[in-house]
Design a protein around this ligand. Structure first.
Ligand code: PMT
Length: 402
C-alpha cells in the first residue's frame, strides 16, 4: 500500500451499519501514510460517533455544510481541492442516488460536486436494495461518470439476509484505493532535507547568519513529498509555513542541524543538503549582551563548524548524498571539487553572484554535477526547478542502487 504514502484522502461516511468498519479503514489508511479527513452525513453519526472518527483520523470531523465555524477552518471547497481522492465507505443506496442526480444539499455531496479528485464508492446495503433496478441503474450511471465502485461483496448481512451488498473489508478497500494511485518516483523512500540558514549566536541578542530564505529547500521538500517520499525537513530559522505531510525539525545553529540530521540517519535513503550552513561559529557565546567599548575595532574569535553533509557522506552506511555548492566564481569547477572532497553522489552548483537567483529569490538556475556529467538547468521558479531536481535525484539514486 506504498502508493498511499502522503496521499490526502477525504473519507466520506454515510448512514449504514457498515459505518463501524470505517474506523478500521481510517486506521489502515493512516498506517499506510495517508492523511485522512473524515466527512460524515447526519445518518452516519447514528451509527458511529464523530468523536471516534476524530480520534482515529487526528482531525476534526466535518459534518455540516452551513456551519460558519467549520467553513472558517477548512471549508467544503478547500476540502474538495485538498483531496487526492474522495473515498466514500460505506456508500448507502440513498447517497448513490443523490450523487448520481447531482444533489448538493449536504456537505458530502457538495464536496463530490466541487472536487476534481477521483471519487470512489464502497457501496453497502441490504441485498434487496442493491438488486433494486433503480440502485442498479444508479450504479451503472455513476460508473459511466468515471466514479469507481469497490464491491460490494456477497455474503451474510447484518439484517440476516445473504446476498450482494456487503461492504468490502477495510483492507480490501484500502488496497483497491491504493491501486488507483500511480507509484511516485520516490514512493516509500525516506528523504532528509536541510534548508535555510543557520544562526550562530554571539550573545543573547546577536548572531552570525546569511541570506538563505529556505525557499529552495522547502520547494525540494514539497517535490519529494509529491513524488511519494516520506520527508524530514531539517530547517534553520525561516519565514515559511511547514509543508504538509512532512516532519519538520526546527533548529538554529549548525551543531543543532548536525544533531537533527544524524537522528534516525540509518533510516534515510536520500540526504539533500540545501541549507546554507555557517562555516564558523563564535568560540564562545557571551552570557549577557556584549557592551559597546571604546575600541574602534572589535575582534571575534571563530571556530570551524562541523560539516554536516560531509559527516553524513562519511558514514559507513551512507545514504545517497546530495550537496549544494553556493559559488560566486568558477561555479562548476569549485562544485566538482566539493563533490569529491565531501564524498557526495551529486552536487547542485548555484551561482550566488547573481541577485535574480540563489539566495532569497523566487527563481533559480543551477548546474547538476555528478562524477561523469554536468547538466545545466535554466532559470525557472524554485518550485519548478525542485520538481526537475527531484526527478534527476530519483533517477541517479535508482542507478546507484542497481
Ligand atoms: O534558501 P534560499 O534563499 O532559497 O537559497 C538557496 C541557496 C542558495 C541557499 C541554496 O540553493 C544553496 O546553494 N545552498 C548551499 C549553500 C551553501 O552553504 O553552500 P556551500 O558551498 O557553502 O556548502 C556546500 C555544501 O555543504 C552544501 O550542501 C551545504 O549545505 C553543506 N555544508 C556546508 C557547511 C557545513 N558546515 N555543513 C554543510 O553541510
Amino acid at each position: 500500500m506504498q502508493r498511499l504514502t502522503n496521499r490526502q484522502i477525504v473519507l466520506g461516511i454515510t448512514g449504514g451499519i457498515a459505518a463501524y468498519k470505517s474506523a478500521e479503514l481510517t486506521r489502515i489508511l493512516k498506517g499506510a501514510g495517508a492523511d485522512v479527513r473524515v466527512v460524515m452525513t447526519a445518518a452516519a453519526t447514528e451509527f458511529i460517533t464523530p468523536l471516534t472518527m476524530q480520534a482515529l483520523s487526528g482531525h476534526q470531523v466535518h459534518q455540516h455544510l452551513l456551519d460558519p465555524e467549520a467553513e472558517a477552518g477548512m471549508g467544503h471547497i478547500e476540502l474538495a481541492k485538498w483531496a487526492d481522492m474522495v473515498l466514500i465507505a460505506p456508500a448507502s443506496a440513498d447517497f448513490m442516488a443523490r450523487l448520481d442526480n447531482g444533489h448538493g444539499n449536504d456537505l458530502l455531496t457538495t464536496i463530490c460536486l466541487a472536487t476534481e479528485a477521483p471519487i470512489v464508492l464502497a457501496p453497502a446495503m441490504n441485498q434487496a436494495m442493491w438488486r433494486d433496478p433503480q440502485t442498479q441503474a444508479n450504479a451503472r450511471s455513476l460508473q459511466q461518470k468515471n466514479i469507481r465502485l469497490l464491491g460490494p461483496g456477497v455474503g451474510e448481512q447484518a439484517c440476516g439476509d445473504t446476498g450482494p451488498g456487503r461492504m468490502l473489508e477495510p483492507t480490501q478497500i484500502a488496497q483497491q484505493a491504493a491501486d488507483l494511485f500511480d507509484l511516485g518516483l520516490l514512493c516509500g523512500k525516506r528523504v532528509f532535507i536541510t534548508a535555510g540558514p543557520t544562526r550562530e549566536a554571539l550573545d543573547p541578542v546577536r548572531y552570525i547568519s546569511n541570506h538563505s530564505s529556505g525557499k529552495m529547500g522547502y520547494a525540494l521538500a514539497e517535490a519529494a513529498i509529491d513524488a511519494g517520499a516520506q520527508v524530514t525537513l531539517i530547517s534553520g530559522p525561516v519565514n515559511l509555513p511547514a509543508p504538509q505531510r512532512c516532519e519538520v525539525i526546527r533548529v538554529e545553529s549548525a551543531e543543532q542541524m548536525l544533531d537533527a540530521s544524524l537522528q534516525n540517519i540509518s533510516q534515510c535513503d536520500i540526504f539533500i543538503a540545501s541549507a546554507a550552513v555557517a562555516d564558523y561559529r563564535p568560540v564562545s557565546i557571551a552570557e549577557h549582551k556584549m557592551k559597546k567599548g571604546n575600541e574602534e575595532i572589535m575582534e571575534l574569535h571563530l571556530v570551524k563548524n562541523p560539516d554536516i553533509v560531509a559527516t553524513v557522506a562519511g558514514l559507513e552506511r551512507k545514504p545517497f548524498t546530495v550537496g549544494f555548492a553556493a559559488e560566486t566564481q568558477n561555479v562548476v569547477t569549485y562544485a566538482q571539487g566539493k563533490l569529491v572532497r565531501k564524498n557526495l553522489d551529486l552536487i547542485i552548483a548555484n551561482d550566488v553572484s547573481r541577485s535574480d537567483i540563489g539566495f532569497n529569490s523566487d527563481d533559480n538556475a543551477v548546474t547538476v554535477v555528478s562524477r561523469h556529467h554536468v547538466k545545466p538547468l535554466p532559470l525557472s521558479s524554485k518550485r519548478q526547478l525542485a520538481g526537475q531536481l527531484i526527478e534527476m535525484i530519483a533517477s541517479q539514486y535508482e542507478t546507484a542502487e542497481e
